[in-house]
Write a protein that binds this ligand. Sequence first.
Ligand SMILES: [Zn+2]
Length: 279
Amino acid sequence: MLLNAKIFLFLCPLVVFCRIVALQSSPVDAYYHANLSQEEQALKTVFFRAVGMSELDWQKALEQAYVAYDEDEISIKKQSEKFPTPSFEIKQSIAKLMREQCLIPESVQVLGNKSGLVLRAFKSIILVADDFFKKYNATQDEIEAVLLHEIIHISKLDEVELLALKMIYDNLPWYTKLRVAPLLQRWKLFREKRADILAGLTSPARAYALASFYIKVLNSPYYLPSDPTHPPLHKRIEYMKALGDSLQKGSIDQPSRLAKGIDFIKGALGYIQDYAVGP
Ligand SMILES: [Zn+2]
């Protein structure tokens, strides 16, 4: 209940309006949302079963993690003091995007990050190094799409959820850990994909902008192919382009291109192979 109350306070009064808009969503929007929640539910079901916990246990773990995360953010804030404050333009863009998502801009602190480092979102902090975007010569559309991806991590409480999962994991016997570790990995990949898709769903231009930014990263000398916490970039480019095409057409009837995408989006129960090779 505590967590739910806090989440409610986090949302702005426009939430009711947003709910109404969501109910009037397009078929493409409905399709992707349904697939994402189906995959989330499947991942959670498998995880709960593996560790022998109930939905109520999970809610308690989430509440603990929500409180515990404040400690983590204190040290994150301290570390960020060493780095230059993000530009006014970046802060303005984040505030605009948050309002667009019916979130209170003041509920998030935008702090500096080490030069050139990738953005990171926590519970109520986004770390940005301005030169990250300059490094890739990002357009305004691309910057906004990437920032929105981070905002979605915050609105979904992705880092809090991950902390809750890790806290549960740390208390498991070693033989259960062996079974659960791949599930944690799948969760990390899922939440990245969800942040991509939900950012892209806001407009075809944004979906394409995220794809074009990832193309820039993929073709840059800074690209590191071995990041296990994110889906491979070529996959992210593929599903973001497919999303942009679907949004532009207003339908998801692209059998050949989308066939791979659908398998990837579903990803969960019965689709474990997708994850074995990396989504
Ligand atoms: Zn992310």
